[in-house]
Design a protein around this ligand. Structure first.
Ligand SMILES: [Zn+2]
Length: 208
């Protein structure tokens, strides 16, 4: 069985299980979507919004390489517009992750076979140059890339704060910056609406 065939079979089992547990579930799902959160994450297969146990209907999603909020990204702009104007989400989560291939690539020479990826991650190269002094102090490539992934999340949070659409959103939209650790599966808050930008804090502190 190919993986897509298995996906279809698993889908049958999934939909049956939910229908048995909650016969009206799909009727409700079809009637409307009222997500509270827009998730801007990386396309990496290991970091779906499902790491928060979100169910269908709960999170509106945009994912791209290295969770970037591109100034001229039509796809992101349309998702953002719909999320704010129509769905009226109250929160935007930018979620990056450690061991991010897109961020790691930004610390290496451009790969000739990946012109589109190179173009996309160019802002991360500029970010790495901006924080070169801090990154140089870190020992290994992995540590540098992981710190750059965190700085990248903070940069995207700042980019969102600067957008007129976000600034004029009614109701006010709160922006969160999170990083996912591959090593323990935990999300850590890097930027919270109530904290000053660039200030880091632990998710446990935020919860307390
Ligand atoms: Zn990634």
């Amino acid at each position: 069985m190919t993986y897509p065939q298995r996906m279809l079979v698993e889908n049958l089992a999934w939909s049956d299980e939910i229908s048995i547990r909650d016969p009206a579930y799909f009727q409700r799902l079809a009637s409307n979507q009222r997500p509270n959160v827009l998730w801007i994450g990386c396309s990496d297969s290991r970091v779906p919004e499902a790491v928060t146990r979100a169910m269908p209907g709960e999170i509106f999603v945009h994912r791209n390489i290295a969770n970037l909020v591109g100034e001229h990204d039509d796809s992101l702009a349309s998702v953002l517009e719909y999320a704010i104007v129509v769905l009226r989400v109250q929160h935007i989560v930018v979620c990056g992750h450690h061991c991010c291939g897109g961020v790691q690539a930004a610390l290496r020479p451009p790969a000739a076979a990946l012109p589109n990826v190179n173009r996309r991650i160019d802002p991360i190269r500029r970010l790495a140059a901006l924080h070169a002094a801090e990154l140089r102090l870190l020992q290994g490539f992995g540590e540098r890339a992981d710190r750059l992934a965190e700085l990248n999340v903070l940069a995207q949070v700042q980019a969102l704060h600067a957008m007129p659409l976000v600034q004029s959103a009614q109701p006010h939209v709160q922006i969160h910056g999170w990083i996912f650790s591959m090593h323990d599966g935990r999300l850590k808050a890097l930027a919270h609406p109530e904290w000053a930008l660039n200030e880091t804090a632990d998710a446990h502190e935020a919860a307390g």
